[in-house]
Design a protein around this ligand. Structure first.
Ligand SMILES: [Cu+2]
Length: 272
């Protein structure tokens, strides 16, 4: 009997200790507890113990989520320096942050009006939450457009306001007409008609492995008949300025190999 009674008392004591332990554990942040080491430490730091996420401050409001935003990144041009009659492009990346969604419109300013700009897929896009969209901006420069060193200002606009970036681009005041590799005595494939502004340097490049020679029908000081043969790899540069047409062909392989024409005429500016 006495053994049973001792065992019962032990069990009762164990249950009581367990209950006290449970009561202690539900109040870990009780400031009245003298053995609350964490509270003593924060007090020494001069902190009021109200740090976000502190389990001792259940009434502390959660910090507000970061506000929606979007980013604009402007990539480097595929070709930062081009000639007249060529094209280049750069990529604009729009990125939603913190759940932003909505329309974003793109604008590129600072290019001469004679340069043709286009946007793929479009200059107006819709950003989905936390998504990213690449817009390819293509710049096509006609042979008789304006040559310039330009710094283009790229602006994105949404309900959150503008984001800006820049890209630098040069269009040289020159244009290349190539005699292609392996042309030989066959068709030279000169462009039919090429319009240039007065003073643009027209470069005839011999990319073939045999000699050619540029014949000029006008033979004036700005576009003379080529006095010597054009060796493989060499360049013959003329600068037509007269508004009349210049016809040319290969003196060595004659008219049958193809005739080209240069018209001196600036590209008309787009109407306002
Ligand atoms: Cu030739």
């Amino acid at each position: 009997m006495s053994r049973v009674r001792v065992a019962s008392l032990s069990l009762l004591f164990a249950l009581s200790a367990c209950q006290f332990g449970t009561i202690d554990s539900v109040e870990p942040g009780d400031d009245d507890q003298p053995d609350d080491a964490g509270d003593t430490t924060t007090g020494a730091d001069g902190d009021d113990g109200g740090q976000p996420g502190d389990p001792g401050d259940p009434d502390e409001p959660a910090p507000p989520p970061p506000p929606p935003a979007y980013l604009l990144e402007v990539g480097a041009p595929l070709e930062p320096i081009i000639e007249l009659g060529q094209s280049t492009q750069f990529v604009v990346t729009l990125t939603s942050q913190n759940g932003f969604d909505g329309g974003v419109s793109l604008a590129v300013e600072g290019a001469p009006e004679s340069w043709l700009l286009s946007f793929d897929p479009a200059d107006q896009i819709v950003l989905e939450p936390n998504d990213s969209v690449d817009v390819v901006v293509s710049i096509d420069v006609a042979s008789n457009a304006e040559a310039a060193d330009a710094t283009l200002d790229v602006t994105a606009n949404s309900v959150l306001g503008p984001q800006t970036g820049q890209v630098a681009l040069s269009v040289l005041n020159e244009l290349t007409i190539a005699i292609a590799a392996n042309v030989g005595e066959g068709q030279h494939n000169f462009p039919g008609t090429t319009a240039v502004r007065p003073g643009t340097a027209v470069k005839f490049v011999n990319a073939d492995s045999i000699e050619h020679r540029i014949h000029s029908n006008r033979d004036d000081e700005n576009f003379p008949h080529q006095p010597d043969r054009l060796a493989p790899g060499e360049v013959y540069v003329v600068t037509p300025v007269d508004p009349d047409n210049y016809n040319f062909y290969c003196h060595e392989h004659e008219v049958a190999a193809g005739v080209g024409r240069i018209v001196v005429e600036a590209l008309a500016e787009p109407a306002e």
